[in-house]
Design a protein around this ligand. Structure first.
Ligand code: SF4
Ligand code: SF4
Length: 427
């Protein structure tokens, strides 16, 4: 029987359901880099059960443990009972945030995510001054710090900023003379950093004669805040986005998202988040049916695959990484491969489903040593394919994989599948 969210968030019931079989342990990302029972899915569940029963205090040690999960959902996939470790960890992080507060720099970041105008201004200022503090590698939309700081060393690769965001570079309504229309939800990294993803998506929609509505008032899906336990930001942004989508979703066939994490947040996590707010849960459920990952919708609802098959073959070899939020959460993995393989040769890496090790804001800051260690096997398996391009429909994976390849001196270039498809259409 499928469990209701109310039961899932009853940690002690989930703890009682765990049969301690250990099938989740070999696939666990944090256990792979910190082989301790307490940082394993089974260990997290046990501790959360004890916490719920009042046998475990939420002290700094418990905080440290619960913040070390990558939320990759590998364990949910492997567990015979599909116990939702990721969801209960997300929930306890809200208790952690309430008890310990949220670090000032994360609060500042989440404040930006709540206000697009502030975000636009901050990123514009960031673009103006980025070359003072960073060495820019424009060809891969990345940069290295010029100074070694406690949480930012000079060898760490980060996404660089573009002068104008994707949403501010185009009209809101793009008429491609078609009888069909979709809305685009772009996500923050593709809006401010990897802007060629959105530009490529518009090229594809133009080639398919599908009109585009850029939904310029969209706010961050709030995934970074959700994974950090800042539920006030999630509540504000999720309600805003749902209300906004309701205004226009009757006029479009779909809301397409070229980003796995944003798509999973809008489509799946909003409903979970609102498990104790029935009205909003119902509204999230209605909106959900309109949301698709971009390759998913393009593959199943257009003739893009046939159109690509009529174009030239490209000699570049591509290897495809499966973002956790695409394959495991939304079942999207064949669609990008079907589209890319029309024009490129795909060579699979040894385990495309292994988490890249991004893990969220805390993992990318205070716990970066874990993210760095988790990225090592992914960079090695990419190098082994000999591919010139590694692709994934997720900019969080892009940021992490770019950094991991940079540490390992792997020269493979990262492209979103949408960029590869647009390139094939241009040829
Ligand atoms: S979500 Fe990932 S890192 Fe967290 S317990 Fe499960 S497998 Fe381990
Ligand atoms: S696979 Fe599931 S049931 Fe088995 S130990 Fe892990 S969480 Fe418990």
């Amino acid at each position: 029987m499928v469990k209701k969210a109310e039961d899932i968030f009853n940690f002690s019931e989930t703890a009682d359901d765990c049969v301690k079989c250990g099938k989740c342990i070999p696939v666990c990302t944090i256990h792979g880099v910190n082989a301790d029972e307490v940082t394993s899915p089974r260990g997290f569940i046990d501790l959360l059960g004890a916490y719920k029963r009042g046998h475990l205090e939420l002290d700094t040690t418990a905080k440290d443990i619960f913040e070390s999960c990558f939320l990759c959902t590998n364990c949910v996939d492997a567990c015979p009972k599909a116990l939702p470790v990721d969801m209960i960890i997300e929930q306890v992080r809200s208790d952690i945030a309430q008890k310990f507060g949220i670090a000032w720099y994360k609060r500042a970041f989440f404040m930006l995510l709540r206000h697009r105008w502030m975000n636009d201004l901050a990123f514009k200022l960031g673009w103006t001054f980025q070359s003072c503090g960073f060495k820019i590698k424009a060809e891969i939309d990345s940069m290295n710090s010029r100074f070694s700081l406690p949480i930012l060393k000079t060898d760490r690769l980060l996404p660089s900023l573009r002068k104008t965001s994707f949403l501010n570079s185009h009209k809101e309504n793009i008429d491609n003379g078609g009888k069909r229309k979709v809305a685009v939800f772009i996500g923050c990294l593709a809006n401010y950093n990897y802007v060629d993803i959105g530009n490529s998506l518009l090229e594809i929609l133009e080639a398919l004669e599908i009109d585009a509505f850029l939904a310029k008032s969209q706010k961050c899906c709030s995934a970074p805040a959700y994974f950090t336990g800042d539920f006030d930001t999630v509540d504000a942004n999720a309600k805003f986005n749902i209300r906004y989508f309701e205004e226009f979703m009757g006029d479009v066939e779909a809301i397409i998202v070229p980003e796995a994490t944003c798509s999973a947040m809008l489509k799946i996590d909003y409903e979970h988040f609102f498990h104790d707010q029935p009205e909003w849960k119902a509204r999230a459920k209605v909106v959900k049916d309109k949301i698709f990952m971009a390759t998913e919708w393009l593959q199943h609802h257009t003739h893009l695959e046939t159109l690509l098959a009529s174009k030239k073959k490209n000699t570049k070899i591509v290897t495809y990484h499966d973002p956790c939020h695409a394959r495991k959460m939304q079942g999207v993995h064949q669609e990008p491969r079907n589209l890319i393989s029309q024009n490129y040769k795909i060579v699979e890496m040894s385990d495309p489903n292994v988490c890249c090790g991004f893990g969220g804001v805390t993992m990318q800051s205070e716990k970066y040593h874990f993210a760095k260690a988790a990225g090592v096997p992914k960079a090695a398996m990419i190098e082994k394919t000999g591919a010139e391009i590694v692709s994934a429909e997720c900019s969080a994976c892009r940021m992490q994989i770019n950094a991991s390849m940079n540490y390992a001196d792997v020269k493979t270039v990262f492209k979103n599948p949408i960029e590869l498809i647009a390139e094939a259409l241009r040829a």
